[in-house]
Design a protein around this ligand. Structure first.
Ligand code: MN
Length: 194
């Protein structure tokens, strides 16, 4: 069974004016689709990897019996597929505030505003392409803000993903050009979980 693009649970225009319909359409139908296609190409010659959940491949990346070039392709495109599959669900306008998480954020970071400031700061400073995540540390269960380069995902380091922000230029350039900070500010309006 091949990896497939998950269904987007809302319209491309659902996040306007914060994230524009054209960016959503290209991000989902071109960028995410390309990760899926290239992931499928990378696992094509390994029947043992086909049909295994993407989470499992990413958690066990170092132990997969594959050529190094294919391991890198699975890391990049598999990470891209996994991160984006989750990203669309974080943006769902039907999401509601998670009160329990909000309480934990307040006790960990001081206040929701302090948390947003720290997260924004981390995402603004991330150099090049990557993601900023709120994770639960796999070892001590504490909430943490972490940056990951390229399409690396917290699942690869044993952390639990809570939500993340894609700061690749393809996520905002059409509407915000080089102004990543404006995109991040706008993005907080579509994250209903916190
Ligand atoms: Mn992206």
């Amino acid at each position: 069974m091949k990896f497939e693009l998950p269904k987007l649970p809302y319209d491309y225009s659902a996040l306007e004016p914060y994230i524009d319909a054209k960016t959503m359409e290209i991000h989902y139908t071109k960028h995410h689709q390309a990760y899926v296609d290239k992931l499928n190409a990378a696992v094509e010659k390994y029947p043992g990897l086909q049909g295994r959940p993407i989470e499992e491949l990413l958690k066990n990346l170092a132990d997969l019996k594959v050529e190094e070039a294919d391991r890198l392709a699975i890391r990049n495109h598999g990470g891209g597929h996994y991160n984006h599959s989750l990203f669309w669900t974080y943006l769902d306008p039907k999401n509601q505030k998670d009160e329990l998480l909000a309480k934990e954020i307040t006790s960990t970071f001081g206040s929701t505003e302090d948390f947003k400031k720290q997260f924004t700061d981390s995402a603004t400073k991330l150099f090049g392409s990557g993601w900023t995540w709120l994770v639960r540390n796999g070892k001590n269960s504490k909430l943490e803000i972490k940056n990951f380069p390229m399409q690396d995902s917290p699942i690869m380091t044993g952390d639990q993903l809570i939500f993340g922000l894609d700061v690749w230029e393809h996520a905002y350039y059409l509407k915000y050009q080089n102004k990543r900070a404006d995109y991040i500010d706008a993005w907080w309006n579509v994250i209903k979980i916190v």
